[in-house]
Design a protein around this ligand. Structure first.
Ligand code: GDP
Ligand code: IMO
Ligand code: MG
Length: 452
């Protein structure tokens, strides 16, 4: 059975890129199946840092095919910039990169709509999107009548289709005015010229990736699915409406890639050793104090895409246990453990209190989550620098106790530990991290009121 998934269990930026790059070695294909240029995945190797957005994080390795499937919303200018940037640094792309003809394309109007509409939740709150046009492009995909896919670029009616969409958008935008802000009318001819050129540039990479992947499965190839964002940003199962517009938990792998779930035999749930979030929405364990500062500064917690400071807090085991189950993870990878060094004590949120009642499940409604007061377990911290540690048993006993407790609370073993950004700064505790038949989760260590 050929498929491994790397899925973020928090609010994104769990260091999925580092892990994907590492695991690419033992796979033939790396597949991005949702999200778009809102993702910023970092790979550090041999003193060089690579920031990847739409191109899968396996691209730095040879003998691998990197596939962007139809579940991704694709900004052509952004892909071209990435290809050029990689090639300039000596990375060969060639036929290593395939882009689905089914991928919906992000156009300038999507970016305008994204920026115009963020902040218009009832109450004036902002989601704090990355401003990359992700939500509006997915909205047009679901709406169908104003959607354009990459495969449409190579059809004779592309110019007419684009002109039609621009016409409708211009008439819609004419009525959009908030606080004196408007959207400038779009010029169909100019946009066509620009995007037709992008289409020509990308043509060698465009393929029916669904058919390709199904063939590759039957040929026995090994797949690595690279999740973008994190499970708590999932459109259906995350902290709605403060989410992204795709299924960023494990449930999105099949719909986004076209690969049936039965081919996936290993799901690795990736967490940071603490919590971060960029943009709006509740973060129950947020620390707006010296601990938060410690995490932000030691962890360089500034957004890869937007450079915004990330909000930081203690590890939230209620949230991560929920997403570990949602994504059906086999084992855990705990990243950025080194960032916790130097704290006298470390805390794990193992339950919430809402209205004085203790609960252990993750609330489905944002209003309840906003009320949640974390219940913490406090463990002793450690001062040792972990960045040179390569064996689990070499970790200070306090760090091991912390990881063991996370594993216990989430109901899965911590198999991989990361102690620095570089490929080499990784502890593979179970060298052969294999999947197992699905097993039920152990009971929650803090049983509480029934889920409602
Ligand atoms: P992704 O979006 O999940 O791929 O994660 P990002 O790349 O946005 O953010 C993770 C950041 O942490 C990047 O800057 C990585 O280089 C860095 N990083 C990865 N693993 C470690 C680690 O174990 N320790 C430290 N200190 N940094 C790490
Ligand atoms: P990676 O793949 C962290 C957040 C945004 C915002 C919300 C919606 O690097 O982990 P969007 O632009 O998607 O409509 O924004 O989701 N967000 C991310 N946060 N990591 C990401 O990707 C993210 N992609 C989107 O900050 O709160
Ligand atoms: Mg990121």
């Amino acid at each position: 059975m050929p498929g491994t998934c790397v899925i973020g269990l928090q609010w994104g930026d769990e260091a999925k890129g580092k892990l994907v790059d590492l695991l690419t070695e033992e796979h033939d294909l790396v597949v991005r199946y949702q999200g778009g240029a809102n993702a910023g995945h970092t790979v550090v190797s041999g003193g060089q840092t690579w920031k990847l957005s739409l191109i899968p994080s396996g691209i730095l390795r040879d003998n691998v095919t990197c596939v962007v499937t139809g579940g991704v919303v694709l900004d052509p200018a952004s892909v071209i910039r990435e290809i050029d940037g990689l090639e300039k640094r000596g990375v060969t792309i060639g036929r290593k990169l395939l882009l689905s003809d089914r991928a919906h394309v992000v156009f300038p109007w999507h970016v305008s709509e994204d920026r115009f509409l963020d902040g218009s939740l009832s109450g004036g709150e902002a989601i704090g999107t990355t401003g990359r046009g992700i939500g509006p492009c997915y909205r047009d995909k679901v709406g169908r009548s104003l959607a354009i896919r990459l495969g449409d670029f190579y059809r004779p009616d592309f110019r007419d289709k684009l002109a039609h969409v621009v016409n409708v958008k211009n008439s819609l935008f004419a009525g959009w005015k908030v606080g004196g802000v408007t959207i400038e009318p779009l010029d169909a001819g100019r946009i066509h010229a620009e995007y037709a050129a992008y289409g020509e540039r990308l043509r060698p990479h465009v393929a029916d990736t669904t058919a390709f992947l199904l063939d590759e499965i039957e040929a026995g190839k090994r797949f690595l699915f690279e999740g973008a964002q994190g499970s708590l940003l999932d459109i259906d199962h995350g902290t709605f409406p403060f989410v992204t517009s795709s299924n960023s938990s494990g449930v999105g792998v099949s719909s986004g890639s076209g690969v049936p779930g039965r081919w996936i035999d290993r799901v690795i749930g990736v967490v940071k050793a603490y919590s971060t979030r960029v943009g709006g929405g509740p973060l129950p364990t947020e620390q707006i104090n010296a601990v938060g500062e410690h995490l932000r500064e030691r962890g360089h917690e500034y957004g890869t895409v937007t450079n915004r400071p990330r909000r930081c807090g203690w590890f939230d085991a209620v949230a991560a246990r929920y997403t570990a189950r949602l994504s059906g993870v086999d084992c855990l990878a705990v990243m950025l453990l080194d960032v916790l060094s130097g704290l006298d004590e470390v805390k794990i949120c193992s339950a919430y209190e809402i209205d004085g009642q203790r609960i252990s499940h993750f609330p489905s409604h944002i209003d309840d989550l906003k009320q949640a007061v974390p219940v913490y377990e406090t463990l002793p911290g450690w001062r040792d620098d972990l960045t040179g540690v390569r064996g689990y048993d070499e970790l200070p006993s306090q760090a091991r106790a912390y990881l063991d407790r996370i594993g216990e609370l989430l109901g899965r073993r911590v198999s991989i530990v990361s102690v620095g950004p570089d490929r080499a700064q990784t502890i593979l505790r179970d060298r052969n991290v294999v999947g197992s038949p699905p097993k039920p989760w152990p009971p929650h260590p803090h049983p509480s009121a029934a889920n409602v």
